[in-house]
Ligand binder design. Structure first.
Ligand code: PMT
Length: 426
């Protein structure tokens, strides 16, 4: 059990109804939780409920003489080992980005040196708004960890990215094993449990497309938004892993806590992967990597003087196949994107590339790529499992659980039990 002091800030959005559940998930893991609610949060959830689940009076005003006498706001800021704002509304994110201190919660965020995590929640159009995204970028650059938001049904009746991440997932991340920046030093990892099967492990994930330059302004690419790979990175972090995310050009926020390495081409992806593969326990190749690259990239923009032109292509390096050849190598998981004969081609790749597992998805204009959901079939040398269509965020959690299970099995099979010699037994 972990005895962290967590200052939970609740700002005023409909997702505040999840705050009592979040307090319970945090206290179950051994944390002492002090809730600080904004005035508008208390329009959605009562102080009585939050006090009942946290066992401590809720703080909400800078001007409460009794509360300030018991523990002043600067003292409270120092008390926290971690600060978590869930939900973080668009308004609260803008207050944080601007460094406002007009209320107790934003003052505490300025006054605390503890690591800060926020779980945004808002309507999908608000989340996509350039002003909100600019604030997100400012906060990320300052080292604020951002969890979610998730995609799915929203309280306003719309569907999309903006739901607050589930309390269980947020709580798990607060106890993830990585060292967080802050005056308290590393957060002690919770015991390895079923919910954190990858604690202490390093997972390297490739995600997104690659761009193969034709000339300085044009390139060839594969279809991929990066959503599947990024969801896997988030799920691996929740499972307690250190995550290195080798990412092609995508328009997605880095999952909080992931170490992102940006690449452009198949050649870059190969080099970045091999620069980080040493010490990696699990490798997951979710990127849609180009199979061919230009033999010669034109130095200057090719002019439209000819009616037809030909491009000479050569094979690009196959990162997945090269990692699978390493000995000793990580537990290696490939993806197969197929338009026909999904099972046959996927099984073929599993065998030919000597993989530990392959995740096969049917792709086309309306499935696999870009979408928030996907359906996959997973194959490994001794078994298979189907996962029906689900949000990529949910699918990723199931895939990571299966990968952790198969990885552990491979590990057990390769470790001889260390039995004492018969003669030395009493
Ligand atoms: O990004 P999204 O929009 O969410 O879409 C997700 C996805 C459909 C891209 C993803 O789920 C997926 O299937 N990724 C792999 C796509 C692909 O390139 O498949 P492939 O069958 O061509 O390649 C097989 C495997 O070899 C893949 O693991 C690929 O990462 C790897 N590979 C391929 C070529 C290459 N030069 N190097 C590689 O490492």
């Amino acid at each position: 059990m972990n005895s962290q002091n967590i200052l939970l800030g609740v700002s005023g959005g409909i997702a505040a109804y999840k705050a009592p559940e979040l307090v319970r998930r945090l206290t179950e893991r051994g944390a002492t939780v002090q809730v600080v609610a904004t005035q508008s949060a208390l329009e959605f959830v009562t102080a009585t409920t939050l006090q009942a689940v946290s066992g401590r009076p809720v703080r909400s005003s800078l001007w409460d003489p009794a509360a300030e006498a018991a523990m002043g706001h600067i003292e409270l800021a120092r008390w926290a080992d971690q600060v978590l704002i869930a939900p973080a509304t668009a308004e609260f994110m803008s207050r944080l980005a601007a460094g406002g201190a007009a209320d107790l919660l934003s003052t505490l965020c300025l006054a605390s040196e503890a690591p800060l995590t926020i779980a945004p929640a808002m309507n999908r159009v608000m989340w996509a708004h350039p002003a909100v995204q600019a604030n997100r970028e400012i906060l990320e650059r300052r080292g604020v960890r951002i969890v979610g938001p998730d995609a799915g049904d929203q309280a306003c009746g719309e569907q999309g990215l903006g739901r607050m991440s589930e309390p269980d997932a947020i709580a798990a991340l607060m106890f993830a094993g990585e060292a967080l920046p802050g005056r308290q030093g590393p957060v002690r990892p919770a015991a390895i449990s079923k919910s954190r099967p990858l604690a202490g492990k390093t997972v390297l994930i490739t995600a997104g497309p690659t761009h193969e330059a034709i000339d300085p302004v044009r390139y060839i690419t594969n279809r991929s938004s990066g959503k599947m790979g990024y969801a896997l990175a988030e799920a691996a972090l929740l499972a307690g892993a250190r995550v290195i995310l080798v990412s092609g050009p995508v328009n997605l926020a880095t999952p909080a806590g992931a170490e992102r390495v940006d690449v452009e081409s198949a050649e870059d992806l190969y080099k970045a992967t091999h620069a980080h593969i040493k010490g990696t326990d699990i490798f997951i190749a979710a990127a849609a990597v180009a199979d061919y690259q230009l033999q010669q990239v034109a130095k200057h923009k090719i002019k439209k003087s000819q009616v037809e032109i030909s491009l000479e292509l050569t094979r690009a390096p196959d990162t997945l196949a090269s990692v699978a050849k390493l000995s000793p190598g990580p537990f290696t998981v490939g993806f197969a994107a197929e338009t026909t004969r999904l099972r046959d081609y996927a099984r073929g790749k599993l065998q030919n590339k000597n993989l530990d597992m392959i995740v096969a998805n049917q792709v086309g204009p309306d499935e696999g790529f870009d979408k928030d959901d996907n359906a996959v079939e997973v194959f490994w040398p001794t078994g298979e499992k189907s996962f029906p269509k689900a949000l990529k965020t949910e699918l990723a959690r199931d895939l990571i659980a299966l990968i952790a299970e198969r990885y552990q099995e491979r590990l057990n099979a390769s470790t001889q039990p260390d039995l004492p010699a018969l003669s030395s037994r009493p």
